[in-house]
Write a protein that binds this ligand. Structure first.
Ligand SMILES: [Zn+2]
Length: 185
């Protein structure tokens, strides 16, 4: 699933100018079986510093590496993401990608906060990006999100939190086989 979601993000970044700053190799997609919402993006840098260390130097965000590559964002997805249609999954993925800073430095976009954009306007931007992707030959993005009945997800061995300033790597993840049938709708 990490590979499928990275591939879908790559197809989106290649076909949608508003997402062209996104490097899917630096996003890690992790399944969270307890998450109520479809997906959530975790910024691994502080707004004030653009690094994982807070301005007063007291707090640290986790340092995440996956197979030797430093990760800038973790995107967690929950059971309702898996239960959704491929089209809905794509819109959810675009939604989370739109939250990412244009500098791709681990922070979130200031202008793409829900407090700044109303729900309706955010939805409109998501739809525009999906249309753009389809028009620019990005159908591959849809295909990658058509999971089939069985797939493998990665889950954290212990819950992930931005307040947890340690190092996380692939050793902190386990691969779990899932099937559509096991996902509550
Ligand atoms: Zn959002």
């Amino acid at each position: 699933m990490n590979r499928a979601l990275r591939a879908a993000s790559g197809a989106l970044a290649a076909s949608v100018p508003a997402l062209s700053h996104i490097d899917p190799a630096r996003i890690l997609f992790v399944f969270n079986p307890h998450m109520a919402s479809r997906a959530r993006v975790f910024p691994l840098a502080f707004d004030a510093t653009g690094t994982r260390v807070s301005r007063d130097g007291r707090r640290r965000r986790p340092l995440v590496r996956f197979r030797g590559c430093r990760v800038r964002y973790v995107i967690e997805y929950g059971p309702s993401f898996l239960a959704a249609s491929p089209g809905r999954r794509l819109r959810t993925l675009v939604h989370e990608m739109l939250h990412i800073s244009p500098f791709f430095n681990g922070t979130l976009s200031r202008s793409m906060r829900h407090a700044v954009r109303g729900r309706g306007q955010f939805e409109m931007l998501v739809r525009a990006a999906v249309d753009r992707c389809a028009a620019a030959g990005g159908e591959a993005a849809f295909r990658y999100l058509d999971l089939g009945p069985k797939f493998v997800v990665m889950e954290w061995r212990r819950p992930f939190s931005l307040a947890d300033g340690g190092v996380r790597t692939e050793k902190d993840l386990r691969r779990v086989k899932r099937s559509d049938a096991g996902i509550p709708r």
